[in-house]
Design a protein around this ligand. Structure first.
Ligand code: ZN
Length: 280
């Protein structure tokens, strides 16, 4: 198995929304905001290769929305998903599988693109796209709170293309050889966290269960989460297992830190050391 980090640039989200009940007096030192209270976040994807498979985990936000939409989020596109894939030797035709942790726009926007006729089409024509039924239905019929995050143009074309397949919602299921899925229900319905067996280590793609190293302390839960108390339970259980089994956490949204390991201290579980994935 081979792992390749695929970068899709940074974007900005409100610091208060990202740190929930944590006071700004504290979080502003962790991720300094701009004059509009916006903090910078990465959209870091991961390409997993084994046998003839090339599985891309998440796709960043893509570039097909209008300037007004992007004005809220200030994406840099340095690089774009396609550019970074190309710079690492991959074309869109090479990707055999696209695994979407969940369907919020900053995770799946890049899955769909506009063709020269301005039609919405899948970015990866040869790929199977993976979601799960519980989350799919949740996204297609969004609640009022998550509606702004579930943009139909990011996922309905996947269904229409015939490329969509569902992973059964069974806690711990090995969805692909060496890749087990942890299902989390606090951020949104049935978000999928892949746990990848790689060189006798487990690499966990944290998505929005832990957006950054700064979200490791238990009360640091995003205001976006639909069930914040459940996120705290899920985080506590996940961190305990990850610390005991020496997992490597891989962060999608942490613009400073790619990976970390954990250590138990008197004040709870903390980041032990941070490092780049390719240093493993
Ligand atoms: Zn999300």
């Amino acid at each position: 198995m081979k792992l390749t980090v695929i970068n899709t640039g940074t974007f900005k989200l409100d610091g208060g929304a990202m740190f929930g009940v944590v006071p700004k007096k504290i979080w502003k030192n962790l991720n300094p905001p701009d004059e509009n209270n916006l903090c910078t976040w990465s959209m870091r994807c991961l390409l997993v290769e084994w046998d003839n498979r090339k599985l891309l985990i998440d796709c960043g936000m893509g570039d097909k929305q209008d300037p007004k939409f992007f004005g809220h989020y200030e994406p840099t596109y340095q690089p774009t998903l396609i550019e970074d894939l190309a710079s690492k030797g991959f074309s869109v035709n090479d990707i055999t599988d696209v695994f979407l942790t969940h369907l919020h726009f900053d995770h799946c926007g890049g899955a769909i693109t506009k063709n020269e006729k301005d039609q919405l089409v899948t970015t990866f024509p040869n790929a199977t796209y993976w979601s799960n039924q519980a989350h799919w239905e949740w996204a297609v019929n969004p609640n009022a709170r998550e509606k702004a995050s579930f943009l139909k143009e990011n996922f309905i074309p996947i269904l229409e293309s015939g490329q969509l397949k569902m992973i059964p919602v069974e806690q711990g299921i090995e969805a692909f050889p060496g890749i087990a899925i942890f299902f989390a229900f606090g951020h949104t319905e049935a978000m999928m966290i892949p746990k990848i067996n790689y060189n006798n280590q487990v690499i966990c793609y944290m998505a929005d269960l832990l957006p950054s190293v700064d979200h490791i302390p238990l009360p640091y839960v995003m205001a976006y989460d639909t069930r914040p108390l459940l996120t705290m339970v899920e985080k506590a259980a996940f961190l305990k297992e990850a610390e005991e089994k020496k997992y490597v956490l891989f962060f999608e949204h942490d613009a400073k830190n790619e990976c970390c390991t954990l250590v138990q201290t008197e004040k709870g579980i903390k980041a032990e050391k941070t490092f780049l994935l390719n240093s493993l």
